[in-house]
Design a protein. Structure first.
Length: 241
């Protein structure tokens, strides 16, 4: 279980908190959708889980241990796949994977196997020798994801992983994410695409202004409505504006 317990985070003393007492339980092996309008606090929460930011109040507990303790013995167990492309455009796909595996501290003797597995899992073998800058939007998204997989994470934090990709590439990415979780690993998935969250997530949280408005298994969150209807009703934001 990943227990997010009463987290607070404020970037500056004079601004409202980005997270204002967020509590969410995420079951290991689940795909948990994190939904919220722009500025709701999704990226801040993911950054805290990834250890890029430190909670100012509250705590994150994984399998009964505090995040810091848990991560200290498993430095690559949590991977963040950011919203922005996080690779070198001039390097090939294979070179990027090798480089970022090195950055994550994957030992030299394991690097080749890990990179080959990440390539295969993300079905990027045919473009392994292409420069990243030559890839389509969908393939770039897959490379972003593949880089996160080289550390063999148990928990994958995905920040809007399908932005800017066409529907067929999107289906492909969703299938890869599903397969990742099917092996018992955990995914926290932020997206503005409600139909994606309905399609692949077992659970969801809707947050706004740094607070949880609703959380639970998808069927309970929806209560016979579409996720979009629930989202609009709770947040007052229309996705079609
Ligand atoms: P989006 O869907 O647009 O990515 P989000 O739900 O991920 O939004 P966050 O990026 O976590 O929201 O932002 C939450 C709040 O914190 C917003 O009010 C935002 O302006 C503020 N914020 C985020 N990053 C910073 C920063 N580096 N410095 C100051 N304020 C920030």
């Amino acid at each position: 279980m990943i227990r997010i317990d009463s987290l607070h985070y404020r970037y500056r003393p004079e601004t409202p908190p980005a997270l204002d007492g967020i509590s969410i339980d995420i079951a290991r092996g689940s795909i948990h959708g994190l939904l919220g309008p722009n500025g709701a606090g999704k990226t801040t929460l993911i950054s805290l889980l990834a250890g890029l930011l430190t909670p100012q109040k509250g705590r994150i507990v994984i399998d009964g241990e505090s995040l810091d303790v848990w991560r200290a013995v498993r430095p690559n167990a949590i991977a963040l796949v950011p919203q922005d492309y996080a690779f070198y455009p001039m390097l090939t796909v294979a070179e990027n994977l090798d480089f970022f595996a090195g950055v994550q501290g994957v030992p030299q003797q394991e690097r080749q196997r890990r990179c080959a597995e990440a390539l295969a899992f993300s079905r990027l073998e045919t473009v392994a020798k292409q420069r990243a800058e030559e890839l389509s939007g969908g393939l770039r998204r897959r490379l972003n994801l593949a880089i996160g997989l080289t550390g063999e994470p148990e928990i994958l934090l995905l920040d809007e992983p399908t932005v800017g990709v066409d529907p067929s590439s999107r289906r492909f990415l969703l299938e890869i994410i599903r397969q990742f979780a099917a092996a018992g690993r955990t995914v926290l998935y932020t997206s503005h695409y409600m139909e994606e969250v309905e399609a692949i997530c077992s659970d969801a949280s809707i947050i706004d202004h740094g607070k949880v408005l609703l959380a639970g298994p998808i069927a309970e969150v929806k209560q016979g409505r579409t996720l979009e209807q629930v989202f609009v009703e709770l947040t007052g934001y229309s996705l079609r504006d």
